[in-house]
Ligand binder design. Structure first.
Ligand SMILES: Cc1cc2nc3c(=O)[nH]c(=O)nc-3n(C[C@H](O)[C@H](O)[C@H](O)COP(=O)(O)OP(=O)(O)OC[C@H]3O[C@@H](n4cnc5c(N)ncnc54)[C@H](O)[C@@H]3O)c2cc1C
Ligand SMILES: O=C(O)[C@@H]1CCCCN1
Length: 391
């Protein structure tokens, strides 16, 4: 039976992925008592935040993300200083596509509007500057020099160390099994019961499991993503001087493809498809899940046609989870009935870079201070008319 722990925390945060860690970090920075609960022993690779690398960039078609990235870059640098760990490598980033295409053009306009340094390279310029990328005719690239790679595993470790140093408490290997709303909110895990003034749920693909007994279901789709690594034919050709890239070819490929330079595994370039197979996070690796590999076929075709210096079959395949919302924008909001329960979910495969501001906003919602950003695009009520939602 779970024993009761009689300390009243300012907040309990459920889930020690990047969003829960950054939320707990902001609580400790503001001298609040926080308890971060994680179902698995840390570190683990069963959610969405593990692995060596993630892309960071300001290049977005939505200007609210570009605006948030300004402060994200500052907080990432602050975290590097406080932890003495290098977490960001500036490689530059290319958005590859056609000028006539809406998302490509909006991204370029958005970078101009926010004064972010960038350039457009047409097909000939791309061929000259990046001879190991072969674009289809009529395609070009937007170059954003501040794009780069974030070290994901190192960031999680740095945050968890700082949370503890600043007086926060992290309990791993403790799965939350029951939440009793109210003031205080009572949270029971596989070993103990705790109480807090507020609760933040950042449970990644497990979010709806925790929300079901709290009377809501969000329209979240959990996807299993194949993380593929492709071998250089000539060692070093897609390494040190190669940028991150995002491929926006809606006429040719339904979802984005993205890549990061070789480095994580020597001689292997990480290239993934921004879509996968529907999967329950608890059954992600069951043989019965028998994943369809349409994504790998699409990636192989892209590598063969556009990155001729790579072997067109993956050398390594790993696994990660996405939790997608219908519009691919995040959910950052309070529970509709319980104001001291805050939800951060639906990061739709692009939430890592934005986690410093996500954590700040979730902290602000929990302590009832005015959020630093307009949260309209992230509200739960935008799903009022969705089939899968029960709000
Ligand atoms: C292959 C891949 C590539 C990506 N690339 C990029 C990129 O280039 N750039 C970018 O910005 N983003 C990228 N992302 C997205 C980014 O990694 C995610 O948006 C982010 O990691 C989501 O973090 P999270 O904290 O919400 O979820 P998670 O990391 O899944 O964390 C949730 C945590 O909650 C815990 N939990 C759940 N239920 C319970 C419970 N009952 N009790 C206790 N603990 C519980 C889980 O165990 C887990 O640790 C990528 C994601 C993937 C999968
Ligand atoms: O967030 C990112 O930057 C990457 C590349 C684009 C698709 C989503 N994941």
């Amino acid at each position: 039976m779970a024993t009761t722990h009689w300390e009243l925390y300012d907040a309990i945060v459920i889930g020690a992925g990047i969003q829960g860690c950054f939320t707990a970090y902001h609580f400790t920075k503001n001298k609040r008592k926080v308890l971060l609960l994680e179902q698995f022993f840390l570190p683990h690779s069963r959610g969405s935040s593990h692995g060596h690398s993630r892309i960071t960039r300001r290049a977005y078609p939505q200007d609210f993300y570009t605006k948030m990235m300004e402060e994200c870059y500052e907080i990432w640098a602050q975290l590097e200083n406080e932890s003495g760990t290098k977490l960001y490598r500036q490689t530059g980033l290319l958005i590859l596509g056609r000028k006539e295409e809406a998302e490509f053009r909006t991204t370029q306009d958005n970078l101009s509007k926010h004064g972010v340094e960038h350039k457009y390279f047409n097909w000939e310029e791309m061929k000259r500057r990046f001879p190991n990328i072969q674009l289809p005719p009529g395609h070009g690239g937007i170059w954003e020099s501040s794009g780069g790679v974030l070290c994901a595993d190192k960031a999680l470790k740095a945050l968890q160390d700082l949370i503890r140093q600043l007086g926060g408490v992290i309990h791993d290997g403790e799965k939350v099994t029951e939440i009793k709303p109210g003031f205080p909110v009572t949270v029971t895990t596989t070993t103990r019961t705790y109480q807090a003034k507020s609760l933040v749920i950042t449970a990644g693909p497990w979010t709806n499991q925790l929300l079901l007994p709290l009377g809501i279901q969000l329209p979240l789709q959990t996807l299993r993503i194949n993380v593929c690594y492709w071998k250089e034919k000539v060692p070093g050709s897609y390494g040190e001087n190669f940028p991150c890239f995002v491929v926006v070819f809606p006429d040719l490929i339904p979802h984005h493809i993205y890549g990061l330079p070789a480095g994580e595994y020597p001689g292997l370039v990480k290239i993934c498809y921004h879509y996968g197979n529907k999967a329950d996070p608890d059954e992600r690796d069951c043989p019965s899940a028998s994943p369809d590999v349409a994504d790998v076929r699409i990636l192989s075709g892209f590598v063969r046609d556009c990155l001729p210096g790579l072997q067109p079959q993956p050398a390594i395949m790993e696994c990660c989870m996405y939790t997608n919302t219908p519009d691919k924008n995040f959910i950052l909001d309070r529970h509709p009935k319980h104001a001291n329960i805050v939800i951060g979910a639906g990061f739709s495969g692009h939430g890592f870079k934005l986690s410093p501001v996500v954590g700040k906003v979730l902290y602000e919602l929990s302590v009832e201070s005015t959020p630093s950003y307009d949260l309209t695009p992230f509200r739960i009520r935008r799903f009022k008319h969705q089939d899968k939602a029960s709000l």
